[in-house]
Each structure stands twice: as C-alpha cells, then as structure tokens.
Design a protein around this ligand. Structure first.
Ligand code: ZN
Length: 112
C-alpha cells in the first residue's frame, strides 16, 4: 500500500528554488523569473553592444551577452526594461563581483 497519496502538479511545476524561499545566500539570483527570458531577448536585440564598453570607450566594444539588472533585485531593482542594460561577459562579471561584495557587507551589518 502506498504510504503517501499521489500528488498532482500542474504542467511545468517545479519545487521552489532554495533562494526563492530562504533569506540570505544568492539573493542576486532572484528575479530570473518567466519574464526574464523575454526581457533578455529584447535587451540583446536593442543593445547589441555592451553599454559599459560604450560608456568607458572600450574599442572595439564587445557584444552584449548578458541582460543585466542595473539595480539588482536584491537591491530593489525591478523587472522593467528601464532597469536592464546589455553587458558583455567581462563587464557583467565585474559588476556581479562588486554587487556580491556589497551584499556580503550588507548581510554582515544585517546580522549585527
Ligand atoms: Zn563591456
């Protein structure tokens, strides 16, 4: 005899990601919901060249590979077009590193 009633889930159902339900680690990963893929495609089309490369005068500018949240979700940024920018891989990684350092400082002061 089964010990548990069968559970039916709607198509596409997935268990919540750990970062969606728990506070703390990987906050910056939030915000990658269903709308993000669509927004990413749009940003890559509208901004084929990395915005940061153009801003800082990298020549030649690199191709956009990442749809970046200008203000990341952990810092209150929204999933609206105005909060997205196209970035190349190196500039995206550099920005993520800066944000992670900020988040670590913030988490530390939160718990004090
Ligand atoms: Zn760049």
């Amino acid at each position: 005899m089964p010990t548990q009633a069968p559970r039916f889930r709607p198509p596409g159902w997935r268990p919540p990601e750990p970062w969606a339900t728990s506070k703390g680690k990987s906050r910056q990963q939030r915000g990658y919901d269903a709308g993000h893929d669509e927004m990413r495609k749009r940003v890559l089309i509208e901004e084929p060249w990395c915005r940061e490369c153009l801003r800082t005068g990298v020549a030649p500018p690199r191709r956009t590979t990442v749809a970046d949240h200008i203000h990341n979700r952990a810092e209150g940024g929204g999933n609206i077009r105005e909060n997205y920018q196209g970035l190349c891989d190196p500039h995206s990684k550099a920005k993520t590193a800066r944000e992670s350092a900020r988040a670590r400082r913030r988490n530390r002061s939160d718990s004090e």
